[in-house]
Design a protein around this ligand. Structure first.
Ligand SMILES: [Zn+2]
Length: 233
C-alpha cells in the first residue's frame, strides 16, 4: 500500500523477464515471454468470472468435473495460463481448485492468514500474475469462521494480541475492521477484510493500469465452508 512497495511497470517487467528468461534457458526453448505466457489466448474478465461461478456451482452440487480452461494442447511444463488469481486465506479448509472445481494451472494462488492484500510480497506476487501471466480476474476470497479475522476482532475488543509474528497478521487486518461497530459479527468482519484487501490491491499501479485498460477486474467474495458456496460482492 505504501510507496515503498510501488514498483514501476517498466522496472518490474524488465526484472521479471530476466527471471523468466533464466528459468526458460534451463528448460527447453525460450519463446518470447508475452507470447509464451498468454499462449495466444486472451481471457476476458467476464469469461473468467463465469468460469469461477460455474465451477463453484459444481462444487456446491457435488457435480465435480475438475474443468481445465487452459488453451487446447497446452504443455504446462513449458508455461502457465491461469485465467484468474485468487488471494485467499491459508486456512486448510480453503482450497481454491476444489472450491472453483478447476484443474492445476488454471488459478494463480496467493495465500496468507487472513487473505491480506496490503503487504509487498502479496501485492508483488499478484502484480506478476497480472503483468506477465495476463490473468483477467483477481479475486480476494474471505471465508466463514476465519481465525485470523476472529483474532483481530478479539484484539480490537480487548487490546490483547496473540503474540509472536501473528501480531503482524492482526495489525494488517485491524484497519479493515476498526471502522465497524464494536459488536460486529465475524461475517461482517470477514466481508470488511476482503473488501479492504481488494481496495489495497487497487492501489498498485500495475493492477490499476490493467483495470483501466479493461483487461482486468478485481472482485472480492466470501466462501462458506458449510454450504461450499462462494458469494461475490
Ligand atoms: Zn482464514
Amino acid at each position: 500500500m505504501s510507496n515503498e512497495f510501488e514498483v514501476s511497470r517498466r522496472g518490474f517487467l524488465v526484472g521479471m523477464a530476466g527471471v523468466a528468461g533464466t528459468a526458460l534457458a534451463v528448460g527447453a526453448a525460450a519463446p518470447a515471454l508475452g507470447a509464451q505466457a498468454k499462449g495466444g489466448v486472451q481471457y476476458t474478465p467476464g469469461q473468467a468470472l463465469k468460469w469461477l461461478k460455474q465451477g463453484n456451482r459444481r462444487w456446491v452440487n457435488g457435480n465435480i468435473k475438475q474443468k481445465d480452461h487452459t488453451p487446447p494442447n497446452s504443455d504446462i511444463s513449458k508455461g502457465q495460463w491461469p485465467f484468474a488469481s485468487i488471494l485467499s486465506c491459508a486456512d486448510s479448509r480453503v482450497n481454491v481448485e476444489r472450491v472453483f472445481d478447476v484443474q492445476q494451472a488454471n488459478l494463480f494462488n496467493v495465500r496468507n492468514a487472513g487473505n491480506i492484500g496490503s503487504d509487498g510480497i502479496s501485492i508483488g506476487s499478484l502484480e506478476y500474475s497480472v503483468a506477465v501471466l495476463k490473468v483477467a480476474l483477481l479475486v480476494v476470497l474471505g471465508h466463514s469462521n476465519c481465525g485470523a479475522v476472529s483474532a483481530s476482532q478479539n484484539t480490537l475488543r480487548t487490546g490483547e494480541y496473540p503474540g509472536g509474528d501473528i501480531d503482524d497478521v492482526v495489525n494488517a487486518i485491524l484497519p479493515a475492521i476498526e471502522g465497524l461497530p464494536k459488536d460486529q459479527t465475524l461475517p461482517e468482519g470477514t466481508w470488511a477484510n476482503a473488501q479492504y484487501s481488494a481496495r489495497a490491491l487497487k492501489k498498485s499501479t500495475i493492477i490499476r493500469d490493467a483495470i483501466d485498460s479493461g483487461t482486468l477486474r478485481v472482485k472480492y467474495a466470501t466462501y462458506d465452508i458449510k454450504s461450499r458456496r462462494v458469494t461475490f460482492a
